[in-house]
Design a protein around this ligand. Structure first.
Ligand code: FMN
Ligand code: 7N5
Length: 378
């Protein structure tokens, strides 16, 4: 497939196939892997096939409006960009290209705190005053001051929410990364930590231990595994912007998150990369939205590859969805333009799904539009 002929791409899978043939093994395996046997990774996509759409007919669908609001900010559609680390392995412009694509499509991008471009440089690449929201994904580092500093830097640079990842006290066991002894290429850095004063050093990113991926070793050295609800309250007490938790999969934790005062919940299993055989996110979504009962916004990521997947997530209670790997494949294919093309494709698929089910606004997408078949055995 040649870049000069984008019209040969007809689905998000085509971007993935391009990247599979084009990326080096270290990066490709890191991007595509799930944990252990990758059962949850596969389920994230397959579970959408067990949900049936119940279309309604004869409703004048000549005009479809996909606009919505998240955390009080208007975006052009409920399809947003999840945080993925180290995007410059996919394309030299990495996170900056992604940010410009998000801005062009007026959607939300979450920047990984483990990005290969700094918080400030990503902010500077987009137009000042543009309303497309940028959020910062945060881990709680052992170095608490550095963690606080990240929140302050994000606020100063105009980011409008913090997505606190709560499913990664340790990195999941990704077999390919262990086999490859994954390492960040030497010309790239964890750009938010180049400050010498920070104990979240980057020197260990390229270190190799005998029996682990370089990344798992690095994460174990940097992330605080004592992570608990106290830390969520701590982040809430510091941040002047909304704080969301990313990685909730049960009604029990959704209730605790609301009690801890979070402003939103992202139903996520980290793209199947943490605990294998955790539920597919679309299977966990409804129990979370019922438990939350409208008190805060609920979002979903994991396995979204088609407009009908987005439709199903909205029907089961998500206000918006976030794409992880498809952004990396599109970046690798053609940088900023590649991400724009990918976003346009899935947005057009959502538009058609809405039209063919009789929904002219996203708020028309209701629980009655889907029927969930019994879960298959894993
Ligand atoms: C290569 C890669 C890197 C990721 N890095 C991060 C990260 O730095 N922080 C985080 O909270 N989630 C991270 N995630 C998880 C994503 O935010 C998201 O939950 C997941 O990719 C969604 O599933 P999808 O890839 O099927 O769309 C990463 C996922 C991938 C595939
Ligand atoms: C040190 C980067 C870890 C990023 C991450 O969350 C992932 O690979 O899933």
């Amino acid at each position: 497939m040649s870049k000069a002929d984008p019209s040969s791409f007809v689905s998000l899978d085509d971007f993935e196939q391009y990247a599979q043939a084009n990326l080096d093994r270290n990066a490709l395996d890191y991007y595509r892997s799930g944990a252990q046997d990758m059962i949850t990774l596969r389920e994230n996509q397959r579970a959408f096939d067990r949900i049936i759409i119940r279309p309604r007919i004869l409703r004048d669908v000549s005009t479809i409006d996909m606009r919505t609001n998240i955390q009080g900010v208007s975006i052009s559609s409920p399809i947003c960009i999840a945080p993925t680390a180290m995007q410059r392995m996919a394309h030299p412009e990495g996170e900056c290209a992604t940010a410009r694509a998000a801005e062009r499509k007026n959607t939300c991008m979450i920047l990984s705190s483990w990005s290969t471009t700094s918080i400030e440089d990503v902010a500077a690449t987009t137009t000042q005053g543009n309303q497309s929201p940028k959020w910062l994904q945060l881990y709680i580092y052992k170095d608490r001051k550095a963690t606080q500093r990240l929140i302050e830097r994000a606020q100063d640079a105009g980011y409008t929410a913090i997505a606190l990842t709560v499913d990664t006290p340790y990195l999941g066991r990704r077999l390919a990364d262990i086999r490859n002894r994954f390492r960040l290429p030497s010309h790239l850095t964890m750009a938010n930590f180049s400050d010498q004063k920070s104990q979240v050093s980057q020197s260990k990113t390229t270190s190799i231990s005998d029996n682990a991926s370089g990344l798992a070793t690095y994460v174990a050295s940097q992330i605080d595994p004592t992570l608990s609800w106290k830390h969520v309250e701590w982040v809430k007490s510091i941040a002047r912007i909304p704080v969301l938790v990313k990685g909730v999969l049960t009604a029990e934790d959704a209730k605790l998150a609301v009690e801890a005062g979070v402003d939103g919940i992202i139903v996520s299993n980290h793209g199947g990369r943490q605990v294998d055989t955790a539920p597919a996110t679309i299977d966990a979504l409804e129990e979370v939205s019922l438990a939350v009962d409208g008190r805060v916004e609920v979002y979903l990521d994991g396995g979204i590859r088609r407009g009908t997947d987005v439709f199903k997530a909205l029907a089961l209670g998500a206000k918006a969805v976030f794409l992880g790997r498809p952004v990396l494949w599109a970046l690798n294919y053609n940088g900023e333009d590649g991400v724009v093309e990918m976003l346009e494709m899935i947005n057009e698929e959502l538009r058609l799904a809405m039209a063919l089910t009789g929904c002219v606004n996203v708020s028309d997408i209701k629980r009655d539009h889907v029927r969930v078949l019994p879960q298959a055995r894993l």
